[in-house]
Design a protein around this ligand. Structure first.
Ligand code: FEO
Length: 403
């Protein structure tokens, strides 16, 4: 059967014996509520065949049929006993009503807050809910699930489900990324780092402290397989992926910088490139993003790992030009308290952009904020030399932070 995303349901993915991926692939997704998804996305659900038949999570609006058809290639959906609701955001919960039509004896297993959020998200729908406590287990036959609540990763009701017999965790949004691929496992995909980073920085980083708390809760738990609710499944190098997540949640900054800017008549662009050259000249890798041409979430991913973030905008009336102004909340949501910040831009007469940006960097609690750099109208050779030296100063500060 073909669907809106042009996926077929004949693909059968058995992760370990009796545990199947039965999600949906959205090949055409390009914007996941603000997250740039140039390679599409997936909504993962997992089917466990045991004495009790169990479905972990569901899929996004318009993909219920794909989910149900995939399940039907393995088992009659009417035999499902449990629907595990780990997270109520609509990309995972919208299909519960459709699932209950084909699985009428199923109970929805969720946390106390999950039950509350389900009822408030789908007013008028009577869900057959069984609430489970943090740390409680549910026997399925030969296997079992232990539910671990991980509030604010990234909603208050979020929980994950651990299957000790297989050392496998259904991690919901954690360890996820948005990418549509012919492959279901991360070790089959070479370039997963940037999509994973973009997803983490946009969706998870704001709640980094909650991620660290979640790590504490599962400390010492043996783990062989991570099944997230988006993107590929992790079955190799588990220590590497958990280390990356831990680093991003504690100290994501590397010895590198990023310059982001927006411009109309290219004066600020000239400044941006001169500053970037200055940073690079002292041996600090510096990336550069024109915010008019890039999705903001792509620049955000780079900014998360940068020690210095240099934001540029020409003055539009009295404010930063819109693309840079729109980027600033993305920067704020990285919790950039260990970063060096600086602002630059060109103006015609009154100016104002760099003043606004500099104040925002201070409000976001950057650890250090430089005095801004302004150029009136078109930068002269002398102005570009000032930009280069400004970049050198930033680069040296980055180096000093790691020495
Ligand atoms: Fe994939 Fe927070 O939903």
């Amino acid at each position: 059967m073909f669907y809106g995303g042009f996926s077929m349901t004949s693909e059968k993915v058995e992760i370990v014996k009796g545990v199947y991926w039965v999600g949906a692939i959205d090949w055409t997704l390009r914007d996941f509520h603000g997250l740039w998804t140039p390679r599409g996305g997936t909504y993962n659900a997992y089917l466990i065949i045991d004495e009790k038949i169990t479905l972990i999570d569901t899929v996004a609006p318009n993909f219920s049929k794909e989910l149900i058809d995939r399940i039907s290639t393995i088992i009659d959906p009417a035999k499902i006993d449990y629907l595990i609701c780990q997270h109520v955001e609509p990309d995972h919960s919208t299909s519960y009503a459709d699932m209950l039509k084909v699985a009428p004896k199923a109970k929805i297993i969720t946390s106390m807050r999950g039950a509350e959020f389900l009822e408030k998200s789908y007013p008028g729908v009577k869900f057959p809910i069984k609430i489970v406590e943090d740390g409680s287990s549910l026997g399925l036959g030969k296997r079992s699930l232990t539910f671990v609540q991980i509030p604010m990763v990234h909603w208050p009701e979020t929980m994950i489900s651990y299957m000790p017999e297989e050392q496998l965790v259904f991690s919901n949004d954690a360890f996820g990324m948005q990418i549509a691929s012919p492959y279901r496992y991360a070790d089959q995909i070479d370039d997963w780092y940037e999509p994973l980073r973009a997803y983490y920085s946009y969706i998870v980083r704001w709640n980094a402290a909650a991620v660290l708390k979640a790590f504490k809760k599962i400390e010492g738990v043996p783990l062989k397989i991570i099944c997230p609710s988006h993107g590929p499944i992790w079955r190799k190098n588990i220590d590497q992926i958990t280390e990356i997540y831990h680093r991003w949640s504690s100290s994501p900054e590397k010895e590198q910088a990023v310059v982001v800017y927006s411009t109309i008549w290219k004066s600020t662009k000239q400044m941006a490139y001169a500053i970037r050259e200055g940073i690079a000249s002292v041996g600090v890798p510096a990336d550069i993003y024109n915010l008019e041409e890039e999705y903001l979430s792509r620049a955000q991913g780079a900014a998360m790992e940068a020690k210095a973030v240099v934001v540029g905008a020409m003055t539009y009336n009295i404010d930063p030009y819109y693309p840079t102004a729109a980027f600033m909340p993305y920067l704020k949501h990285l919790r950039p308290t260990s970063k060096i910040g600086a602002a630059f831009g060109s103006y015609g007469w009154g100016g104002g952009a760099t003043k606004v940006l500099t104040q925002q960097l201070k409000d976001f609690k950057f650890s250090e904020v430089l005095e801004p750099l302004d150029v009136q109208f078109r930068p002269t050779e002398e102005d570009l030399k000032r930009c280069f030296e400004y970049g050198q100063e930033i680069g040296r500060k980055v180096k000093a932070a790691f020495s």
